[in-house]
Design a protein around this ligand. Structure first.
Ligand code: BES
Ligand code: MN
Ligand code: ZN
Length: 498
């Protein structure tokens, strides 16, 4: 879809459809009032008759409204004005985009972006609106023989801003929104691909293509390279699979040569059967999503490169398939990680931390400004936080704060959990430096504690996205999270967040 920004009055728009909001109960938003005046109270008459109460999510499509130059006017319910916040704003845009797409307009001019949202700038409203509108057009139907096509799909969306001096920040925000939406779409596609297509090799090829498209440096470490580096922990996870593991490194250099890079590390288990500690059957298909950490850091890289942010960013993806097999790791096996620390594998299903720990040691060589790893790491995180917030851990308070703020800004929230030393005892092993599981208690925390033993040399944060990376049930599908959180974090670091 095509997007643009405009400032002007609603009654003067030559558009297939002009979209304005109505607050509950029956109160036109400011642009709505302008239209109403131009139409000699045509709109307020209709509203008074009770056809549009203003309930959040409701719609009313009108044709040939007098005094206007557009074919249609679409009224969107906004809920109570006092309760109109970020969530309601996004919901109203979502409904507008969907309705426009379904009601035959080729283009629409949306005045909802003029409605104030407490503490949020015009740039925020436009960026968010762009992301939400793009999301409504997302389909994953490449494996369907018959695709359901919209008969007259929406082709162009224009967001209105009130003042001319808002045009420039709004246009910049639009570009950012488009880049973030593309990054999310890439993350969703990779996540939704089945495990027999999206293998470690496929992820490596995707990274190489991304590097080609955007002029990035890409390096793919093979099994033998990793063996030479002593990555015994990462390699142990791939031993039960026919698919060779990879370690993908992508470097974007938009900053000064001397600027230390920010490093993102994404868990890339392309299918997690549990290994010899085999998972139960029901919903096991969803373990194709166990590479969503990798998908999100690749999507974030795409967005950053497209926005040409003035930062240095390095993305590292350890990727493998966790399968049972004759060569697979067994409970009780002991491996030596690249850091030299030994690990007793008490459960082969706690494989994410085993590939991440070696990647986290590997990234020391980049002398990072900070490292953030992203992983669908623990089922217990879904129990703790549900599908609302990602779990956040950090060894540096300022970094945690910045990531939490970025999540708020990007409507992609995280919630911090403790990383206190008191939990470290749970990882004790009788036979190695540590065990790879901590028992029944505090699952997401013991997993983070495990990782923290490999991240002592830099500022580090860990996002457990097990609950947020995809939806289960009837709406099964990847969400593209936490691309919004990560991109807003990087926009902030680049000083480009208005
Ligand atoms: N990929 C899973 C975590 C997961 C499970 C994410 C369900 C989303 C939904 C991870 O590799 C795993 O299996 N973790 C184990 C850890 C346990 C063995 C300590 C888990 O959560 O059960
Ligand atoms: Mn597992
Ligand atoms: Zn896993």
């Amino acid at each position: 879809m095509e997007f643009s920004i405009k400032s002007g009055s609603p009654e003067k728009q030559r558009s297939a459809c002009v979209v304005v909001g109505v607050f509950e109960p029956r109160k036109l938003s400011l642009p709505g009032e302008l239209l109403d005046n131009a139409s000699r109270n045509y709109l307020s008459d209709i509203i008074r008759r009770g056809d549009m109460e203003g309930k959040l999510g409701s719609t009313l499509l009108l044709h040939n409204v007098p005094g206007t130059l557009c074919d249609r006017v679409l009224l969107i319910g906004l809920g109570k004005e006092k309760e109109f916040r970020e969530k309601e704003f996004c919901q109203s845009i979502r409904v507008a985009a969907r309705t426009l797409n379904e009601t035959g307009s080729f283009d629409g001019t949306v005045f909802l972006t003029e409605i104030p949202v407490k503490k949020r700038s015009v740039a925020w409203r436009v960026r968010q609106a762009t992301i939400v509108a793009q999301e409504t057009t997302y389909r994953f139907d490449q494996f369907k023989s018959k695709k359901d096509e919209v008969r007259r799909p929406l082709r162009k969306l224009t967001f209105a801003v009130e003042r001319r001096n808002e045009l420039t920040p709004a246009e910049e925000a639009l570009e950012q929104g488009l880049a973030i939406a593309e990054g999310m779409s890439m993350a969703k596609n990779l996540g939704n691909l089945p495990g027999n297509v999206c293998t470690p090799t496929y992820l490596a090829e995707t990274a190489q293509q991304l590097a080609k498209d955007h002029g990035l440096e890409c390096q793919v470490l093979e099994q033998s390279d990793m063996a030479a580096l002593g990555m015994g922990s990462l390699l142990s996870v791939a031993k039960g699979s026919r698919q060779p593991p990879k370690l993908i490194v992508l470097q974007y250099k938009g900053g000064k040569a001397g600027d230390k890079p920010l490093v993102l590390v994404g868990k890339g288990i392309t299918f997690d059967s549990g290994g010899i500690s085999l998972k139960p059957g029901p919903e096991m298909d969803e373990m194709k999503y166990d590479m969503c950490g990798a998908a999100s850091v690749l999507g974030t890289m795409k967005a950053v490169a497209q926005m040409k942010l003035p930062i240095n960013l390095t993305v590292v993806v350890p990727t493998a398939e966790n399968m049972p097999g004759g060569g697979a790791s067994k409970p009780g096996d002991i491996v030596t990680s690249m850091s030299g620390q030994t690990i007793e594998i008490l459960n082969t299903d706690a494989e994410g931390r085993l590939i991440l720990c070696d990647a986290l040691t590997y990234v020391e060589r980049f002398e990072p400004e900070a490292v953030v790893d992203v992983a669908t790491l623990t089922g217990a995180c879904v129990i703790a936080l549900g599908q609302v917030a990602s779990g956040l851990f950090a060894n540096k308070e300022g970094l945690a704060r910045d990531l939490l703020d970025a999540g708020e800004e990007g409507s992609d929230r995280a919630w911090q959990l403790p990383l206190w030393d008191d939990y470290q005892d749970l990882l004790k092993s009788n036979f190695a430096d540590m065990a790879n599981i901590g028992g029944r208690y505090a699952g997401p925390i013991t997993a983070a504690c495990f990782l923290s033993r490999f991240t002592k040399k830099y500022d580090w944060a860990h996002l457990d996205i097990a609950g947020t990376a995809w939806k289960s049930g009837a709406e099964k599908g990847a969400t593209g999270r936490p691309v919004p959180l990560l991109t807003h974090f990087l926009l902030q670091r680049a000083g480009k967040l208005n």
